[in-house]
Design a protein around this ligand. Structure first.
Ligand code: HPA
Length: 272
């Protein structure tokens, strides 16, 4: 099965369980799992119950589809993504995007934990992505055949929806979050960056760094979805302070801000 067929196969199994008509899909990044508390009438479907769905192997990524409602809006939340640092191709990393598209979702919210490259940011702040720099060296559209309605030479200017960003900015203040707008650099990982790499990232215009999101945004734009992406700043990037970086610290900062992030997502989806 190619990616499109596999996504259709998995989407069909989800539809058999009676889910449909979504206002939005949310992909939760490292430590964002707890944020699903904003959903009413939740149904959890573990990836492991779906034929053909790969396993999710990273701590802080549960590996579930969570279906639920916010008011009268149906939402699908992906607890757990597939990272290229697990040895997956960019094409494999975007399978969840293909699946939610096959479920009929038009609006995509990508979330992640990120290190601050911009020295004015602080752990616990959020950054709404205005743009990205894909430094993985790979592209999820590699090898994808262009179709008349789905060209592969897609325009990536304005990939992150400006109206979504404006709305999120306004709602973050209400949720008690300090929000910036900035540029996210996706690196392959899984090692964190060196201090020299962080100096380079700052010089080329990045404000935050992580190991996901950019390839997903590329693929979502190819599928003509509207995209918003939110980084929760979990740490200052390497070399800014003397503290060493650890995945546990990333999860801890996310845990502390869980309630505010939940409020932000709930308020945003209500208005989509
Ligand atoms: N670098 C890369 N990825 C990250 C970081 C970081 O500092 N923090 C959270 N994810």
């Amino acid at each position: 099965m190619n990616r499109k067929e596999l996504a259709a196969h998995i989407a069909a199994q989800l539809k058999e369980r009676g889910v449909s008509a979504f206002a939005a899909a949310v992909v939760l990044g490292s430590g964002w799992d707890g944020v699903v508390s904003f959903l009413e009438d939740k149904t959890v479907i573990p990836y492991a119950e779906l034929d053909g769905m790969p396993k999710c192997g990273v701590k802080g990524h549960a590996g579930n589809f969570v279906f639920g409602r916010i008011g009268n809006k149906n939402v699908v939340v992906l607890q757990g993504r597939f990272h290229m640092y697990e040895g997956r191709s960019a094409g494999e990393a975007v399978l969840p995007i293909e699946i939610v598209r096959a479920l009929g979702v038009d609006n995509l919210i990508l979330t992640n934990a990120a290190g601050a490259v911009n020295e004015e940011y602080r752990p616990g702040d959020i950054m709404l992505l205005r743009d990205h720099i894909n430094l993985t060296g790979r592209n999820p559209l590699e090898g994808v055949g262009a179709e008349p309605d789905f060209p592969v030479f897609i325009d990536m200017s304005g990939a992150y929806d400006e109206d979504f960003r404006r709305e999120l900015k306004m709602l973050s203040e209400k949720a008690g979050l300090c929000a910036h707008e900035g540029v996210y650099a996706q690196l392959l990982g899984p090692s964190y960056e060196t201090p020299a790499e962080i100096v380079m990232l700052r010089r080329i215009g990045a404000d935050a760094v992580g190991m996901s999101t950019a390839v997903e945004a590329i693929y979502a734009r190819y599928l003509k979805m509207r995209v918003a992406a939110i980084s929760c700043i979990s740490n200052m990037a390497a070399g800014i302070h003397s503290a060493s970086l650890a995945h546990e610290e990333v999860l801890e900062v996310l845990q502390k801000n869980r309630d505010k992030l939940s409020v932000l997502l709930r308020d945003f989806i209500e208005r989509i």
